[in-house]
Ligand binder design. Structure first.
Ligand SMILES: *Cc1c(COP(=O)(O)O)cnc(C)c1O
Length: 388
């Protein structure tokens, strides 16, 4: 199965494998425990924290989709990252992106202050800064590309090559593109992280995560630690996520098509100051994105040419974009990073990170793109009327 095309893997994993009733869709096993066939004979599954047949199907699918040796499905994206760093010792160093996901920043920062490991946050697109950090011989280089919310892109293959020279592992958070549009293990990475809450489940009704490892021994080690610290995901969420995963390929292609149409529309809109999307030729990461991604994805950001009052009017006029955090669901969302996902950062820190006060992030859903454009058009018109 591992060489099958990705859509086939996503749709077929676990299908028609039920030996009890020949159910086509693998059943949901909610049982926390499993009987031992006889004294001393340990079954494949004994207790659901360590392993569950429903979770196993999702782990198999994600392993094959990412081209890894094994995966652990976790209770959320953060527990996936927390599980990964369980492999580190107190004298190990992590190099993480300066603009990484806020929860990742908080985890690394808080755990390092407790002495679990050291961490250095670096702009990984600045080769000189990266070289300097790598000279400190990190154990783990964490990569996130495209980044949130400015969709900055870094070269996974180049970072892996340099990191491996100093003996570091590379883990890539692949949440924004999913294995359909980017395969970090193929580009040289050792681990892939997912918040399956986003595109992989894709329906905004289940929180989950995963770590996929390229090396079988490291995969074993992660499974051991997953059971040890209790990071593993539950059966029901695994079932939901596997159900969502079935349509991942079709969804990603349609998310991308929607984003393309919206980008073309936004380019003509005079109240848009700047657009951030790797598909744009002027985007600094465009060439790397073309090289390492098989698509540009459905996330985009833009700066509204307005003050905060105008921003409020604009957001209030949108009907098909719900004002909410998170991303990757079938429904379109608009996020104002400054007051939502990145509100923990001071105004100065936001400015330094390049987050303009009127920056908006769109997660383009699967509604008809023409309806989404009409909705944006209406909001821009309302903003204009409010000014004049
Ligand atoms: C959401 C997200 C996470 C954290 O995942 P949770 O499922 O919310 O714990 C990690 N990385 C990225 C890029 C995310 O978008």
């Amino acid at each position: 199965m591992s060489n099958s095309k990705r859509d086939t893997i996503a749709v077929r994993t676990g299908i028609a494998t039920d030996t009890q009733h020949q159910a086509v869709v693998p059943p949901l096993y909610l049982s926390t425990n499993f009987t031992f066939p006889e004294f001393g004979a340990v079954p494949k599954y004994d207790y659901a924290r360590g392993g569950n047949p429903t979770r196993s199907h999702l782990e198999t699918a994600l392993t094959e989709l990412e081209g890894g040796a094994g995966a652990v499905v976790t209770s959320c994206g953060m527990s996936a990252i927390n599980l990964l760093v369980s492999l580190l010792d107190s004298d190990d160093l992590i190099i993480a992106p300066h603009d990484c996901y806020g929860g990742t920043y908080r985890l690394f920062d808080s755990r390092s202050k407790k002495g679990a490991f050291s961490v250095e946050f670096v702009d990984q697109s600045d080769n000189e800064a990266l070289q300097k950090a790598l000279a400190r011989k990190p154990k783990l280089v964490m990569v996130e590309t495209p980044s949130n919310p400015l969709l900055r892109v870094v070269d996974i293959a180049a970072i892996c090559e340099q990191a491996h020279k100093v003996g570091a592992w590379v883990a890539v958070d692949n949440t924004f593109l999913s294995p359909v549009l980017q395969q970090p293990l193929t580009l040289g990475a050792d681990f892939v992280i997912h918040s399956t809450t986003k595109y992989i489940n894709g329906h905004s009704d289940s929180v989950g995560g995963a770590v996929v490892a390229k090396d079988p021994e490291l995969a074993e080690s992660l499974a051991w630690w997953g059971n040890c610290i209790g990071a593993t995901g539950n059966a029901f969420d695994s079932f939901m996520t596997l159900r969502g995963l079935r349509t991942l390929g079709a969804r990603m292609r349609q998310h991308e098509r929607g984003a393309e149409e919206i980008l073309a529309y936004l380019a003509k809109e005079s109240a848009v100051r700047k657009i951030y999307h790797p598909s744009l030729k002027e985007h600094p990461g465009h060439e790397i994105a073309v090289k390492q991604q098989s698509g540009f994805g459905g996330m985009l950001s833009f700066e509204l040419d307005a003050d905060l009052e105008g921003l409020k009017v604009f957001l209030g006029a949108l009907k098909l974009f719900s004002l909410a955090e998170s991303l990757g669901g079938v429904e379109s969302l608009v996020t104002h990073p400054g007051s939502m996902t990145h509100r923990a950062m001071s105004d100065e820190a936001q400015a330094e990170a390049g987050l303009a006060p009127t920056l908006l992030r769109l997660s383009v859903g699967l509604e008809d793109p023409q309806d989404l454009i009409a909705d944006l058009q209406h909001a821009f018109r309302t903003l204009g009327d409010n000014r004049s």
